[in-house]
Each structure stands twice: as structure tokens, then as C-alpha cells.
Design a protein around this ligand. Structure first.
Ligand code: IPM
Ligand code: MN
Length: 354
């Protein structure tokens, strides 16, 4: 009997459904070739549903989604819905309720992809950012007083408990060891100013790094402002980076652009003990919706990452190799409308190479 994975499919808004369609096409080809099955169930969460029903996410959503092996998400964001409502109400709420405490962002420049950095090629850009995905400023602690007056005060608290830091660091050390490339883990923070949170991360990082099982991992540290400089000047220095939530949010956008932009960047919201959610980093791109011109490679890549985390390593590798062949030899650009192929054709090109 071949293995069957239950996948919750959340196409979402805008071009989300188009890119996910191609991602699923490729994943299904890989499933057939590598001898497993994907059992898909669609959910309609997103802007359209909210505008029709007034409900952002039903309370049953996370309970239902916990029954799946993985979640595959297209895009969230609708031009007729005030910014923040869907992001907070769907994406962030699912991350929290499903305790997806790792945001995994591989940063790899594929051959043929244009890099905005001078004199940098695929041999220079191949690292992974592990962003803590459940704590920090994203917990929503804080408040405001005298709102609307001249003396208005607002706070937004960066809150971290030791267990939340430790579980993220453990994932990062294990990941670095398994990746076995340079065996170097860089902590990114701002210990010179954030003397409480930075100190907590710093001590936890070193205490864990001193454990016998992690002795082979070289430890490195960057302040977050300096890291943005090094991303541009010397990205080849990095292997794996671990950082807190907001710093991770910011540096992964910078990382996305040096790997060719949102058309190629994929991310995983991982709960190592539960159900994880995989998504292309590009948004819903409303102006391209339904035109079959958007680039599906990020979604295809997110699908590959999903198979990897599910344990189908060979399938994931085959998908990555197929994408690299397409970026190297086929698509002219990653930009919507300038690929030289339609969304469907790019999906076909990858699928036939898997
Ligand atoms: C991301 C996004 C989200 C975040 C937004 C949409 C809430 O920017 O996944 O990086 O800030 O985490
Ligand atoms: Mn972001």
C-alpha cells in the first residue's frame, strides 16, 4: 500500500488559486513517480468568503485543519478588504492556533535567475533563515492611552519566554546539523540595544550550542542591522540563520529579493510536532488575477518544501532540480507577463522534468 498524505488546500485570493493549481500539478506528478498519494481537500478561506459571509475564519478552522498532514496555501489579501484584517485573521491566526513556531525560508539563487547583487551568482547565495514564528512583537501585547490626544502613548511588546526561544533554537541547531553544509548557525538579534530579549536569546543560544550533540556546529552572531549589510555584500558567508519574529520578517524580504524576488521565494510555517503550512511568499497580485501570466515557481517550490517536510525527500529534490532546469533553460524572467510562457505552461515545464 502506498502512503497517502491528507493535504488541506487553501487557494485564497487573487492569483493564489492559479499558482496553487500549478503547484499541485507538479506535486501530483512527483507523487506518482515516487509512489505516494495526495488526498486533497479544498477550503475557501480568504477575501471573497469574508465579503460574502462577514466571517474571516470560522472558529472550527484550526480544529479541522489539525486533521491534515499539511496545509498548502496560495495567497491571502483582497483589494476590497482593509489591509490587516485577512492577514491577521487568517494567516497569523492559523500560525498561532496551529503553533507553527518556525518560519522556514530557504534562500537559494537558482541558475538563470537574475540577481540584483553585482557579481553574485548561484554559488554565492544558498542559505536558510529560520524565523521564530510564534512570539515577540507578533503576540500583540501592548496598549495605548490618550489615543487621539497630543500626548498619545502606545506600546507594543517584544515578549519571549525561555521555552519559546529554546524550541526555536533546538530546531535551528538540528536543522544546521542535518543540512551539513558549513555547519554554521548565525544568531541575528540586536543585543547591544535589546538588552533583555537579546540577552535571553544570546544565553539560550550559547547554552544550547554547548550541548554535546551540537558541538560540531560553529556559532556566529550578527546584529540585525549589520546582517542586512552582509546579505548584500557577502551572502556567501551564511549557512543557517536563526532570529526572532520581527527581525526575521524584515530580513527574509531582503533575502527574497537577492534570490530573485517574490516570484521564486517559498516559505514554510512549521510545527515540528503538528501540522505545517506552506506558501509562496508573493502576495495575491490582484491585477494579474485570472490572466494566467503570474509566475507559479514560488508556489511549486513551496509544494516541494511541503513534500520534503512530509518526509518525501527524493520527490522534493526532483522538484527542485526541475525548477532549476526551467529557470536555467526556459523562462526568460520571473516577472508576471514576461516569462515567455503562461502560468500553465511553466507548470507543465516543471512537471515534465520531475
Ligand atoms: C510574512 C508576512 C506576514 C508577516 C504578514 C502578511 C502578516 O509579511 O509572512 O512574512 O508579517 O509575518
Ligand atoms: Mn513578511
Amino acid at each position: 500500500m502506498s502512503k497517502t498524505y491528507k493535504i488541506a488546500v487553501l487557494p485564497g485570493d487573487g492569483t493564489g488559486p492559479e499558482v496553487l493549481r500549478e503547484g499541485l500539478k507538479v506535486a501530483q506528478v512527483a507523487a506518482q513517480k515516487f509512489g505516494f498519494k495526495l488526498d486533497l481537500t479544498q477550503f475557501d478561506f480568504g477575501g471573497e468568503r469574508f465579503l460574502k459571509t462577514g466571517e474571516v475564519l470560522p472558529d472550527s478552522a484550526s480544529r479541522d485543519l489539525k486533521q491534515f498532514d499539511a496545509i498548502y496555501l496560495g495567497a491571502i489579501g483582497h483589494p476590497d478588504v482593509k489591509p490587516g484584517i485577512l492577514e491577521k485573521g487568517i494567516l497569523l491566526r492559523l500560525r498561532f492556533e496551529l503553533d507553527q513556531y518556525i518560519n522556514l525560508r530557504p534562500v537559494k539563487l537558482f541558475p538563470g535567475v537574475e540577481c540584483p547583487l553585482k557579481d553574485k551568482g548561484p554559488e554565492h547565495i544558498d542559505f536558510v533563515v529560520i524565523r521564530e514564528n510564534s512570539g515577540g512583537i507578533y503576540t500583540g501585547m501592548g496598549g495605548a492611552t490618550m489615543v487621539g490626544t497630543q500626548n498619545e502613548v502606545a506600546t507594543q511588546v517584544m515578549a519571549y519566554s525561555r521555552p519559546v526561544v529554546d524550541r526555536c533554537l533546538k530546531y535551528a541547531f538540528d536543522y544546521t546539523k542535518q543540512r551539513n553544509r558549513k555547519n554554521m548557525l548565525t544568531l541575528v538579534h540586536k543585543t547591544n540595544v535589546l538588552t533583555y530579549c537579546g540577552d535571553l536569546w544570546w544565553r539560550a543560544f550559547n547554552e544550547m550550542g554547548d550541548q554535546p550533540e551540537y558541538r560540531t556546529i560553529k556559532r556566529d552572531y550578527n546584529h540585525v542591522d549589520a546582517a542586512t549589510m552582509w546579505f548584500v555584500k557577502q551572502p556567501e558567508f551564511y549557512d543557517v540563520i536563526v532570529t526572532e519574529n520581527l527581525f526575521g520578517d524584515i530580513i527574509t524580504d531582503l533575502a527574497a529579493i537577492i534570490q530573485g524576488g517574490l516570484g521564486i521565494a517559498a516559505g514554510g510555517n512549521i510545527n515540528p510536532e503538528g501540522v505545517s503550512m506552506f506558501e509562496p511568499m508573493g502576495g495575491s497580485a490582484p491585477k494579474y488575477t485570472g490572466k494566467n501570466v503570474i509566475n507559479p515557481l514560488a508556489a511549486i517550490s513551496a509544494g516541494g518544501m511541503m513534500l520534503d517536510v512530509l518526509g518525501e525527500k527524493s520527490a522534493a529534490q526532483a522538484i527542485e532540480k526541475a525548477i532549476m532546469d526551467v529557470t536555467k533553460n526556459k523562462v526568460k524572467s520571473l516577472a508576471a507577463g514576461r516569462m515567455g510562457y503562461s502560468t500553465t505552461e511553466v507548470g507543465d515545464l516543471v512537471a515534465e522534468r520531475v
